[in-house]
Design a protein around this ligand. Structure first.
Ligand code: IPE
Ligand code: IPE
Ligand code: MG
Ligand code: MG
Ligand code: MG
Length: 299
């Protein structure tokens, strides 16, 4: 594998982010029936500078199995970014994590109001499925992509993780329980991104299985890194308020097992993720580099 510095990874991600942003703009612009004030709130959160990691993962996984990015993968990437943005808007609400900043700007409910933020989230969630059903050409592909996204984002996936995360506040769960929360609330969406990309690229069963495993591992590592950064990074770096987890009594890896051990586990997961890619040649180098870069990230 050729070495890529974090800064190079940043450039590769920005390149993918541009594609995703342009697809998101196209999809939102052609839907003229959305109420203008609702569209404003949806766009406010969607086009704020997010890292676009899940959507980039869709595009990379499609590229790994088929050597190019196709339009279906671009639609899938835009759809997962909409669902992810919805999850952030709702995660920040007063009834949940009660956060004032996100993606370097006031949270949706601060910039607008709570009801608008709830509805902007609902709008993005449902619009993602509409985009998949309207713009992906083959019916069989539509069904598979919708199934993956609904499963990962739904009550046996991210929503299960989010309610368990809230219920675990000011408790000391076992490390196995915490791992389960992180897998549900975050890793399953990474797994889904890998799967959607692989499916759009026409992956065979073995390729799909490996890429799903890869996504789950980097996703768990990503959430552990998020817990670490909440302690060690600044609000300016993160674009969201740092130090919130300990104030809210969140169950996190650093709180449960300390910073050193948390970093070790995140690094181990990155190496395990790289090991899942043995089936692929150098076409999967960006995924190998992404796995390492994500746990070393500073924002
Ligand atoms: C934040 O996700 C929520 C977590 C699961 C940690 P990101 O760190 O990917 O947020 P954006 O999309 O870049 O804003
Ligand atoms: C959020 O986890 C996971 C989601 C499903 C949105 P966090 O609550 O730790 O994410 P941040 O730190 O607010 O971005
Ligand atoms: Mg949360
Ligand atoms: Mg939060
Ligand atoms: Mg966090």
């Amino acid at each position: 594998m050729t070495e890529t510095k974090n800064s190079d990874m940043g450039a590769l991600l920005r390149d993918k982010a541009q594609l995703v942003d342009s697809m998101l703009k196209t999809l939102l612009t052609e839907q003229t029936k959305i109420d203008p004030s609702l569209k404003q709130a949806m766009s406010y959160s969607l086009f704020a500078p997010g890292k676009r990691i899940r959507s980039a993962l869709v595009l990379w996984c499609c590229e790994v199995v088929s050597s190019s990015i196709n339009r279906n993968a671009e639609i899938a990437a835009a759809a997962i970014e909409m669902v992810h943005t919805y999850s952030l808007i709702h995660d920040d609400l007063p009834a949940m994590d009660d956060d004032d900043f996100r993606r370097g700007q006031p949270t949706c409910h601060k910039a607008f109001d709570e009801a608008t933020a709830i509805l902007a989230g609902d709008g993005l969630l449902t619009f993602a499925f509409k985009a998949l059903s309207t713009h992906v050409a083959e019916p069989n592909l539509v069904i598979r992509l919708i199934g993956q996204l609904a499963e990962a984002a739904g009550p046996a996936g991210m929503i299960a993780g989010q309610i368990a995360d809230l219920n675990a506040e000011r408790t000391t769960p076992s490390i196995e329980t915490l791992e389960g929360i992180h897998i549900n609330k975050t890793a399953k969406m990474f797994q889904c991104a890998s799967a959607m990309g692989a499916i759009c690229g026409g992956a065979n069963d073995r390729q799909l299985m490996c890429l799903r495993e890869y996504g789950l591992k980097i996703g768990l590592g990503y959430q552990i890194a998020d817990d670490i950064l909440d302690v060690s990074a600044s609000s300016e770096q993160l674009g969201k308020t740092a130090g919130k987890d300990s104030k809210a009594g969140k169950a996190t890896y650093p709180a449960l097992i300390g910073m050193g051990k948390s970093k070790q586990i995140a690094e181990k997961l990155a190496h395990e993720a790289v090991a899942t890619l043995g089936l692929f040649g150098e076409e999967a180098d960006p995924l190998r580099q992404l796995a390492i870069a994500l746990v070393k990230r500073t924002k």
